[in-house]
Design a binder for this molecule. Structure first.
Ligand SMILES: [Zn+2]
Length: 549
């Protein structure tokens, strides 16, 4: 799963009553088969499967070879299994970026990695922007949700200053989606840069000290087949995040203090009003870019129903992980720095491969066609899935639904599943019905504050109008503890490896659950549909047939 604010074992055997009654044609899922895939993918030899690395290339060949052995159809470039993507990788140059504030209190200088974190601009390797500042509250705009933070403000040619996140009380998935589009909103009003400030809530969830740890991580974006690096808001030239000393400097002489604004923002429904600041900033940031390539791996199982086989269900899982952590001063020479990503997301890929096997070998094949997508660049910002959803193997209009598998926590005999995004489409009821025969319940999102709906590959399908869910093991029967321990422990650490106490029986059951879900999507007379008046359905699939909720 893609890192954000923060994301974190009990072992029992599955009671017999939790095992579904199997019919004569129901496939059997093997714990050993799930383990075998993860064992290969999480091997140190693959060095954490970083996007663009040889380890990820080896993993991609493994998945392709599995697809081949199952008799699936290649659906990558030129009749092959791989959809090769060019990425532009941009890193800070050796001269650290600076931000200089000028205003009623004089001039103050800040350096990247201290009290400011500067974004990079690959299109301007020697970025040098000076502009006045305008505070725009949360910087959001949406008529349906009553948000119009730019009303009465002139930000043309200026740099906007926004609070992170969204007003308290807004539905979290809608809020997270809108937050992710702040740059585009600012650009649409003519702003040329954006500065973000923490709220009381966001600073608790993601303290400055933690943000600074990622200060020198490279930025990735995909490059279009025409050679153009993707940029959602190319008009925004400069971006930065500010810690308190820098935030206070830009509010010098302002009608309201940042502390007072944060208090307003901390109330339910609190929407601090914007105003022009009396300061301006100069942002200077040098960067170096290079191009790397990395593939998605794509296969199709053709549908068996002549009428429905031109509709496709996508089962996706990301194959990339975060590679090797840089050495820190004082590290022991033999310190393990390989992020093996056994659960994130070796386990998701293993699940997908076992679902593919069961479908390919089923005597009754799914009615709709199935696309199996092992994506790259997920940890860099859901990039491989975004590229695929914009350059799919089949017209996107023919893709009727997506289930994404990311980081299933296979530590305990789970008795419920979570389908992030289930409230927006008939996928909720489809999932609930599909897993019921296994004695599994569909639970509501137990961690809405994590906004997981916008944090994995399925969100990129949502943005192309495709109903999608992200399937995970639930909080019941030891799940809550396992989630807490993992997100606070081995998540995105070298400890996410085969030494963990993984419950492979749970792996087999998770594969069965996803087999049942994917089959239900592929076999139903009606494809998955957005619900009537759903925020995401209306936004991304305004013309699609909707279902009553
Ligand atoms: Zn991850």
């Amino acid at each position: 799963m893609k890192r954000l604010p923060l994301l974190a074992a009990a072992l029992l055997t599955v009671p017999a009553t939790l095992t579904a009654q199997t019919g004569p044609t129901d496939p059997v899922f093997s714990p050993a088969a799930v383990r075998a895939h993860v064992e290969f993918l999480a091997d140190d030899l693959l060095e954490g499967r970083d996007t663009g690395s040889e380890g990820h290339e080896i993993a991609a060949r493994y998945v392709a070879s599995q697809f081949d052995g199952l008799g699936l159809k290649p659906a990558g470039d030129n009749g092959g299994w791989l959809q090769r993507i060019t990425f532009q990788k941009t890193e800070p140059a050796s001269t650290p970026a600076t931000l200089t504030v000028t205003g009623p209190a004089g001039t103050k200088n800040f350096t990247h990695g201290g009290d400011v974190l500067m974004g990079l601009n690959a299109a301007e390797p020697h970025l040098d922007v000076t502009a006045p500042l305008v505070f725009v509250g949360f910087g959001l705009e949406n008529a349906r949700l009553g948000l119009n933070d730019y009303a009465g403000l002139d930000v043309k040619g200026k740099i906007v200053v926004t609070l992170r996140g969204y007003p308290k009380g807004l539905p979290s998935e809608e809020g997270a989606h809108l937050s992710a589009t702040k740059g585009k909103i600012a650009e649409s009003h003519g702003a040329i840069g954006m500065i973000s400030l923490g709220t009381i809530q966001s600073m608790k969830a993601r303290p400055w000290a933690r943000m600074v740890q990622f200060a020198n991580d490279p930025d990735f974006t995909w490059v279009s087949p025409e050679g153009v690096p993707f940029d959602a808001a190319p008009g925004l030239r400069a971006s930065a995040s500010l810690n308190d000393p820098a935030a206070e400097a830009i509010f010098a002489g302002a009608p309201g203090s940042i502390a007072a604004i944060r208090k307003v923002a901390d109330r339910t429904g609190g929407k601090p009003k914007g105003f022009a600041l009396r300061t301006s900033v100069q942002i200077k940031a040098d960067s170096v870019s290079q191009r790397v390539t990395s593939p998605n791996v794509v296969a199709i199982l053709p549908g068996s129903d002549p009428k429905l086989k031109d509709e496709y269900v996508v089962l996706s899982a990301h194959l990339d992980h975060i590679g090797i952590s840089p050495a820190k001063p004082g590290d022991a020479p033999d310190k393990d720095r390989i992020n093996n990503g056994a659960l994130d997301n070796g386990a998701g890929i293993a699940t997908m491969l076992e679902v593919a096997r069961a479908m390919a070998q089923a005597p009754d094949k799914p009615r709709r066609s199935i696309i199996f997508l092992a994506s790259t660049g997920e940890e860099k910002g859901l990039l491989g899935a975004d590229y695929f959803a914009r350059h799919p193997s089949v017209p996107v209009k023919q893709i009727v639904g997506n289930v994404d598998l990311d980081m299933p926590l296979l530590f305990y005999p789970f008795t419920d599943v979570i389908a992030f995004g289930a409230d927006h489409s008939t996928l909720g009821p489809i999932v609930a019905k599909a897993v019921a025969p296994m004695g599994l319940k569909l639970s509501p999102d137990p961690m809405p504050q994590e906004t997981i709906f916008v944090r994995s590959d399925h969100y990129m399908f949502v943005k192309q109008g495709v109903p999608a869910v992200f399937l995970a093991t639930g909080y019941a029967n030891g799940g809550e503890k396992a989630w807490g321990e993992f997100l606070g422990g081995n998540y995105h650490h070298p400890g996410d490896d085969m030494k963990q106490k993984i419950d492979w029986e749970a792996g087999a059951r998770f594969a069965e659950a996803n087999y049942r879900i994917t089959r239900a999507m592929a076999d139903g007379d009606t494809p998955p549909l957005w619900f009537d008046k759903d925020f995401f359905g209306d936004l991304f699939a305004p013309d699609a047939t909707k279902a009553a909720k």
